[in-house]
Design a protein around this ligand. Structure first.
Ligand code: NAD
Length: 488
């Protein structure tokens, strides 16, 4: 049986490449190739830029209310097709249906709805200067590029396009080559909603296509989600080409701090969410779990028992499955390598530690939920982002110590604190160098809340009103009302 083959989505329609080059996409839960995608060759790249130029002329001339109206239609379509889109995300990523059906499409649609609501509020200001005056216009940047990671493919495409489009920009989006389908479906939905052709084009491929976007002189901004190392290359290329603006959503190694006055059951729930949700492939994961000595024994007892009893690995489409397969064989090997290093460097394996072959999905790239204790701050598993279901538990004694250790990293994406002491909760969070923080919660990321990293975890923000600034530029206009004085 021949495989379905997807083309690039340019100017409102699918466009064939000329080189015939394709890449395979595998279902991580079965190891089967499920479809092929055409690589964006020169023909596609040129067409994408030409189309975006036409798109930006039309879209940026529309009013905020007009843009809002069509974006809200796209929101309705996303919600109508929730299950169809969630299924695509499950097959592409290996994550459980349990999650994708209630989170991935929902949070994507929420973000577009939020920014559609703001589209008509984008405004400048004016100030009197004693007769003369100036005013400002908040103008779109023009053609923006979006480059996505594979863990939340549709959500990332929505989170990037929503503010870009609301502000009157257009976007050429490149999804991860591991998960290319969700963005194509979003492009179809935008067209059906009435978004003009050329406003959201999708180009497909791996690093080379990403590099082309970051180097292109007609692209004014690149919004990137991915690894720190790739982010540095993207930023260098953005600077070297035409000094593009950048938004960087990069990796993390976030601390989750559990004080001994915490509700143990809730703290365990928080730690499990912060490490095992989406099989650990979440950038904000709280993988360094600092537990105060007084609560350590009871915390560990419950954590081990619940991890062993309540996590169900298997066919991700089975509604009972709550942990899916990792994105690829290569990533599974990488995660298993980190587990090996934890053992070699003297951490104690409490549970998990191996690849798993569930009967319902024997060929998938599964890794058992893994917990290490007796960790120290120098171990590789404590220092590096693993992006898999591997939790490192570290014991601490006092507040000053845990703040110092929590901040001892070059990353600063997220952090969490569990405690019943309201003053301590805020005092500690205010001293942690991280952009996304939770108190007695973990992982929730509503469209209203800005997200982004401190230190090497990122630049700029996604979601929240804040993000409008990252997709507009200020034009200041001075108006002379008096006779112009000149020394010449
Ligand atoms: P990656 O850096 O390998 O790839 C990300 C994207 O960049 C892909 O589309 C890839 O094709 C493209 N790319 C690769 N090389 C490029 C280059 N030289 N120029 C331009 N584009 C290039 O990351 P990944 O493995 O897809 O995703 C996992 C990483 O993403 C983790 O580090 C995770 O923490 C991070 N992440 C961060 C956030 C956040 O919001 N902060 C969200 C999700 C994932």
């Amino acid at each position: 049986m021949s495989l379905v083959r997807y083309q690039n989505f340019i100017h409102g329609t699918y466009l064939a490449n000329t080189t015939n080059e394709v890449f395979d996409v595998r279902n991580p839960a079965t190891d089967e190739v499920i479809y092929q995608v055409e690589v964006a060759d020169e023909r596609i790249q040129q067409a994408a830029i030409e189309s975006a130029k036409k798109g930006v002329a039309q879209w940026s001339a529309m009013t905020g209310v007009e843009r809002s109206r069509v974006l809200l239609k796209a929101v309705a379509l996303l919600r109508e097709r929730n299950d169809e889109l969630a299924r695509i995300e499950v097959l592409d990523t290996g994550k459980p249906w349990q999650e994708a059906s209630v989170v991935d499409v929902v949070t994507g649609a929420d973000s577009i709805e939020f920014f559609a609501g703001l589209a008509a509020t984008i405004e400048g200001n004016q100030q009197d200067l004693g007769g003369d005056f100036y005013y400002t216009r908040r103008e779109p940047l023009g053609i923006c590029a979006g480059i996505g990671a594979w863990n939340y493919p549709l959500q990332i495409a929505c989170w990037k396009s929503a503010p870009a489009l609301a502000c009157g920009n257009v976007m050429i989006f490149k999804p991860s080559e591991e998960t290319p389908l969700g963005a194509l479906k979003l492009a179809e939905i935008f067209i059906e909603a009435g978004v003009p052709a050329g406003v959201f084009n999708v180009v497909q491929g791996a690093a080379e296509v990403g590099q082309w976007l970051t180097q292109h002189p007609d692209i004014e901004k690149v919004s990137f989600t991915g690894e720190v190392g790739t982010g540095k290359k993207v930023m260098a290329a953005a600077a070297a080409s035409n000094l593009k603006d950048v938004t960087m959503e990069l990796g993390g190694k976030s601390p989750l701090i559990i004080f001994d006055d915490s509700d143990v059951e809730e703290a365990v729930s928080g730690a499990m969410l912060a490490n095992f949700y989406t099989q650990g492939e979440v950038c904000t994961n709280g993988t360094r779990v600092f537990v105060q000595r007084g609560i350590y024994a009871s915390f560990m007892d419950q954590l081990k028992a619940r991890t062993e009893a309540n996590i169900v690995l298997g066919d991700p489409m089975d509604p009972e499955t709550n942990m899916g397969a990792l994105i690829s064989k290569k990533h599974q090997e990488l995660v298993l390598g980190y587990i090996q290093s934890g053992k070699q460097q003297g951490a104690t394996l409490v549970t998990g530690g191996d690849a798993v072959s569930p009967t319902s999905a024997p060929n998938g790239y599964f890794v058992a939920p893994t917990i290490f204790t007796d960790c120290n701050d120098e171990m590789t598993i404590v220092k590096e982002e693993i992006f898999g279901p591997v939790m490192s538990v570290l014991v601490f004694d006092d507040e000053e110590e845990v703040i110092r250790r929590a901040n001892d990293t070059h990353l600063g994406l997220a952090a969490g604190v569990f405690t019943q002491d309201i003053r301590r909760a805020h005092r500690v969070i205010h001293q942690i160098n991280a952009g996304i923080c939770w108190i007695n919660a973990y992982g929730a990321s509503p469209a209203e809340m800005p997200v982004g990293g401190y230190k090497q975890s990122g630049i700029g923000r996604e979601n929240g009103i804040e993000t409008l600034k990252h997709y507009t530029q200020i034009k200041a206009v001075y108006v002379g009302m008096n006779k112009l004085e000149s020394p010449f």
